[in-house]
Unconditional design. Sequence first.
Length: 74
Amino acid sequence: MSEPANALLRFADLKARNIVTNWPQLKRLVEAHGFPPGYMLSPACRVWDASDVEAWLDARRSAAKLAHANQAAA
């Protein structure tokens, strides 16, 4: 899902991409799994840089592949 370098994602975009399903899940991802916290664009609008979200997803994919390879080698 390549986005322009300065693309911003809202919560609905994260839901549409099946990254999260609800706000409590998003909070857990931020606190326990290093998901980017985003920032407030206005008092009622939190956004995330698409490049930060993609980097987080790529890191998760890489970690999963490494864990799978280590499991297969054991």
